[in-house]
Design a protein around this ligand. Structure first.
Ligand code: 13P
Length: 260
């Protein structure tokens, strides 16, 4: 069985212009290299707004930083009359390796359905991007359906109907824990991760079930250890705390103290 490399992802959301992005990426990379961070053992990826990507790419390539670059969304189309949309082809050209798909803020404010998410996953694979498929239940769904039902359903819907599956990452983010300071307990995150993994195994077999599954929602340097301790959760998707270089580096570095 291949070992799953922990993945620490920073979703900047709609924060930081390209100049601020350069400053944050520099500070983050220096902080991690000062701490002898081994990027082959713990992958670190930032997801800036589209307008920052070119500057981020230029900096990362020029300085040979090992930080990975991701985008927050992509179009389900490849090109054409889709004003305002961004093609996966453009992202690939910018050195982007990962793309968030189906974040709850996009499902909530941009009416992204499971079908749209599925189409975007296909678009990501067409352009050699690894989709980070975001799933999670609202407070209402938690109360009516429990914690695992919605994330499992959304995971299977995103992966249904593809001829073959490419690499993907699942990010379990309970909607009620995003930006609220309310955090799922490590035991809850572990239980949902196990349920998602079991559903992957049942539908797609052992190899696909070894895909990485992250937790997200109010993760900070002082609570990340609990989520990763069991080895069930393979990393974290961080919002607010990823905007602070010291804090985000602290989240990435903390892995060093955990036997994975
Ligand atoms: P916070 O870490 O700010 O709760 O955001 C989580 C998130 O939505 C990451 O995608």
């Amino acid at each position: 069985m291949t070992k799953r490399t922990p993945f620490i992802a920073g979703n900047w959301k709609m924060n930081l212009d390209h100049l601020q992005a350069i400053a944050l990426i520099q500070k983050l990379s220096w902080t991690l290299s000062d701490a002898d961070h081994d990027f082959s053992k713990v992958e670190v990826c930032v997801f800036p707004p589209f307008t920052d990507l070119r500057s981020a790419q230029t900096l990362i390539e020029a300085e040979k930083f090992e930080l990975k670059l991701g985008a927050q969304d992509l179009s389900k189309h490849d090109s054409g009359a889709f004003t305002g949309e961004v093609s996966g082809a453009f992202l690939s050209k910018l050195g982007v390796g990962y793309v968030l798909i189906g974040h709850s803020e996009r499902r909530q404010y941009h009416a992204e359905t499971d079908e749209v998410v599925r189409d975007k996953v296909a678009a990501a694979w067409r352009h050699n991007l690894v989709p980070v498929i975001c799933v999670g239940e609202t407070l209402e769904e938690l109360e009516t359906e429990g914690q695992s039902a919605v994330p499992v359903r959304q995971t299977l819907a995103a992966l249904a109907g593809h001829e073959t599956l490419g690499e993907f990452v699942i990010a379990y983010e309970p909607v009620w824990a995003i930006g609220t300071g309310k955090v799922a307990t490590p035991a809850e995150a572990e239980a949902v991760t196990k349920a998602i993994r079991a559903s992957l195994k049942e539908s797609f077999g052992d190899e696909v079930a070894q895909s990485r599954i992250l937790y997200g929602g109010s993760v900070k340097a002082n609570n990340v250890a609990g989520f990763l301790a069991s080895g069930e959760v393979d990393g974290v998707l961080v919002g607010g705390a990823s905007l602070d270089a010291e804090e985000f580096a602290g989240i990435a570095r903390l892995q060093k103290h955990i036997v994975l």
